[in-house]
Design a protein around this ligand. Structure first.
Ligand SMILES: Cc1cc2nc3c(=O)[nH]c(=O)nc-3n(C[C@H](O)[C@H](O)[C@H](O)COP(=O)(O)OP(=O)(O)OC[C@H]3O[C@@H](n4cnc5c(N)ncnc54)[C@H](O)[C@@H]3O)c2cc1C
Length: 465
């Protein structure tokens, strides 16, 4: 990895001149606050040398110019909800906070778009769109806390991706500060475009390694007035996830198909202080259907009921918000069971999700840790939560490495990948390098080198330069 210069007094003074004295932090408390994101394993923590909070694209650009002049690394940070160590300053240097850039600039109901700064919280965008009878379809489970810039940088998925696609499908254009400190608008508010390379799509999902997103024009959709949440309960995991292709083929076009195994049902129900039927033995599948017509909703409910029962559901219930509370609290609930855990984010073709969950659950039985699984089942995206429990650091590291050495090749053999939505961050750089096609990896590195010749923007993420 490239060696960087330390952040000297001269660099700090240059940063203060760029963003204002009150927005540059070097006190130990502030630095300590940003040593991690959602990562709980202290072996991955890195304390930055300075934290800056710019208030405009121009100030972000000035920070990048300073970073290039002095060769110090910059780690952009949204809300720090990354579960792949994406927002950790693994090479030290500057952590660049986006939280001051939090304005909604325009909501246009005729054109059906919203222009926002990168530091706006996702939930605020969702709510503001709903107030206008419109839908912003990006919906990661962390939407209460994460920022839209972080969602775009990671191409976040979430609960509605099965119907509307991931974050990259919700964005017309992005304003970006390049690694060398230029400001550029990429993309356009157009339904179609075949005019040169699609650079906005290259930036989206690049995890802050190719540019810093400062503003975005988001797509809005008509908000369906009728909605139904169904909780289908199964005691057989394969039958639970096997319902996905059946729903898709039946033309139900669900907004969400979320799966939780019984481990997650129990831990999250306990954490949420809620009890729904079959807490003791059920795996839950939440299916949401939204329509513009009440009769259509009724007929879809009937169809759903029939399909779930025909495919082995123990119970099919109309659900309320409690089921979503349980779903949203899944990750957090495991913290009570184990201070340290890791979240795998595997993605396979949708028709292989059931057999994958079964296979991995069987494999995990040979290891000394507890494993819970949940899935954005409609997207083929499986989250395997692995709990360290009482294992020593050495036992944990060894068991995890062996488990991944068994699981990752299996996932690739199915045509899958090691991240469906959380990104590679710094945590999965090693398997990324190992399992990615060599030519594909070379292309990625050449793009990075061309855009960031000094490798100062978010180094140590996605792959090693
Ligand atoms: C409880 C919980 C539930 C979650 N559920 C989901 C889910 O359903 N779907 C999902 O996809 N993810 C989920 N996540 C993961 C996480 O919330 C997402 O990856 C989210 O998009 C990160 O946004 P953030 O603002 O917190 O970004 P951060 O964590 O701060 O940063 C994430 C990455 O983006 C980069 N970055 C941040 N802002 C910018 C910017 N403006 N420009 C360029 N790069 C930037 C950072 O450098 C880092 O690499 C969940 C996390 C938690 C803790």
């Amino acid at each position: 990895m490239k060696m960087y210069n330390p952040v000297t007094e001269e660099v700090v003074e240059a940063l203060k001149a760029a963003v204002g004295v009150e927005h540059v932090f070097t006190d130990p408390e502030s630095l300590d606050k940003y040593k991690t994101d959602e990562e709980t394993d202290s072996r991955f923590f890195h304390t930055p040398e300075v934290v800056v909070a710019p208030g405009s694209a121009e100030e972000v650009a000035a920070v990048m110019k300073i970073a290039n002049k002095y060769i110090v690394p910059v780690t952009p940070r949204g809300a720090g909800t990354s579960v792949s160590c994406g927002a950790i300053a693994v090479c030290g240097g500057i952590v660049l906070l986006m939280e001051r850039m939090d304005k909604i600039i325009e909501i246009n109901t005729d054109g059906m778009y919203m222009i926002v700064e990168a530091g706006v919280r996702t939930v605020e965008i969702q709510q503001k769109a709903n107030e206008q009878g419109l839908l912003y379809a990006g919906d990661p489970c962390s939407s209460d806390s994460c920022l839209i810039g972080g969602n775009i940088a990671t191409n976040a998925g979430g609960n509605k991706a099965v119907r509307y696609g991931t974050t990259r499908n919700q964005v017309y254009s992005v304003e970006v500060v390049t690694p060398t400190g230029d400001i550029v608008e990429l993309g356009a508010r157009l339904k179609k475009k075949s005019t040169g390379y699609c650079l906005e799509q290259l930036i989206m999902g690049s995890e802050g390694t190719l540019g810093i997103i400062t503003k975005a024009t988001l797509k809005l959709l008509p908000l369906a007035p009728y909605r139904l949440d169904v909780l289908a309960i199964f005691t057989d995991v394969e039958k639970a996830t096997g319902i996905v292709p059946i729903l898709v083929k039946a033309g139900l076009n669900p907004t969400s198909v979320e799966f939780m195994d019984n481990g997650f049902v129990r831990s999250s129900s306990d954490f949420s202080e809620l009890r729904l039927p079959h807490y003791e033995d059920g795996s839950y599948v939440i299916i949401t259907v939204e329509t513009f017509n009440e009769d259509e909703l009724d007929s879809k409910m009937e169809q759903l009921d029939e399909l779930c029962n025909a495919n082995g559901a123990t119970d099919v219930l109309e659900a309320d918000d409690r089921v979503w509370t349980i779903r949203r609290n899944c990750l957090e609930s495991t913290r009570i069971l184990s201070k340290v855990s890791t979240s795998d984010d595997l993605v396979v073709p949708v028709n292989k999700i059931a057999s994958t969950i079964n296979h991995l659950t069987a494999v995990a039985k040979n290891y000394p840790f507890r494993v819970f699984s949940l899935a954005h089942a409609g997207d083929g995206n499986l989250h395997f939560q692995i709990l360290k429990g009482e294992l020593t650091d050495a036992e944990w590291e060894n068991a995890l490495a062996n488990f991944h050495a068994e699981v990752y090749p299996y996932i690739y053999s199915l045509g899958g990948r090691i991240s469906g939505e959380h990104g590679i961050g710094s945590k999965k750089v090693e398997p990324m390098e190992k399992y990615t096609n060599k030519i594909e990896m070379k292309m990625m590195k050449e793009i990075k080198k061309a855009l960031d010749p000094n490798n100062v923007l978010n180094p140590g993420k996605v792959f090693n330069m």
